[in-house]
Design a protein around this ligand. Sequence first.
Ligand code: PLP
Length: 464
Amino acid sequence: MKYISTRGTAPVLSFEEAMLTGLARDGGLYVPETIPQMSVADMRALAGLSYEDVAFRVMRPFVGDTFTDAEFKACITRAYAGFGHKTRAPLVQIGPDHFLMELFHGPTLAFKDFAMQLIGQMFEVALKRSGKRVTIVGATSGDTGSAAIEAFRGLDAVDVFILYPHGRVSEVQRRQMTTPIESNVHAIAMDGDFDDCQARLKDMFNDFEFRDGVQLAGVNSINWARVLAQVVYYFTSAIALGAPDRKISFTVPTGNFGDIFAGFIAKQMGLPIERLVIATNQNDILHRCIATSAYTKTGVKPSISPSMDIEVSSNFERALFFAHDKDGAAIKGLMDDLSQTGGFTISENAMGALKAHYDSGMVTEAGTSAMIKTALADTGEVLCPHTAIAVAVAEAEAQAHSAPMISLATAHPAKFPDAVEAATGTRPALPERMADLFEREERVTRAPNDLAALQSLIRERIVA
Ligand SMILES: *Cc1c(COP(=O)(O)O)cnc(C)c1O
């Protein structure tokens, strides 16, 4: 299995290289050269299998010869062993033809654990074999950093540094990053906002002497291995509801487009997905783009669903690549427009290709709160704000869809207690296995918004 860049000029890589590299050297994102197919018989044979067994069958063809079957099975088993639900991604019915897929039973209570836990195991096996050691540096607005720390804590071949904006993450998110005791975990509270953290991270990747010196590796949402891990639960959930002998639709709370793009890959593999519905908060650049063909930045407004407060939706580039018949030069043109003018316009042809798969909807702040309240009253389910956005968009779209709808529940409500309490009057409790989070000791390094200071901090820590 070979991986090519969405901008057409970076070297073709193996799965292992694409996973360890992250971003392509031409600025693009890696995608598989061809998409493996699942036949109807292959899919029928998934019914009744464990999450781990489905994961192995769905992902195996993408991995190529990076792992033996036994190695890859062991990675999958270890990745999901710490989840708090034996089916990993359970479905809950919330309406006649509407289901929630709970993706928040992992160690940090958000769907990012599905990919990050697996990536941690795969990095460890690949690095041990090659005798290499890497330094993972990530920037986070909250969920990605805690998921990465949880996935890499205690692994031998990796140091993990997470930059988060000091004072701007929720207390649960901060404590998930600052309370792990392993010495390879380094939480850094940086002065500035999330964009500053992201900018310093980019600076580090662009400083080739530093990058090579510390063996820098990235695990942000553009890493192909993260998308791949998310393909699995589209299969497990659709099969549980009768696929491949019935079509299923999905509504996905969307920011960086990684989660919903995994659904597109599942569909390309053969899973009969009728519609993929993009649900956004007030930062609705993707919804406006689907409606008007124009992708135009207007400035991010902080919301009660902070994990979707994004304007440069990085994985959307992968969707555009497929909508342009894999024309890397066309994608490079659009991305150049984006960086030079703050936007781009999509051709009629490519819009037609996008609209063949995707619908979209937007929910305001008030609408999000109202949905959390209504869902609790009508179904007894406590939704996190991101999930509430999916459920509201799915309900608004209901008439347009004949297939059963699965809305993705991307985080546990206790991860966003203020928004949930404001909507329902009740503060959601943490699951029992992490009830002592507020008693654990915190360990964090404060750092200025300064590249040289961050680099020397990282260099010192990895030799220690
Ligand atoms: C990251 C995140 C999202 C957005 O997912 P993308 O893959 O970036 O589209 C939605 N909800 C929650 C809770 C998240 O952490």
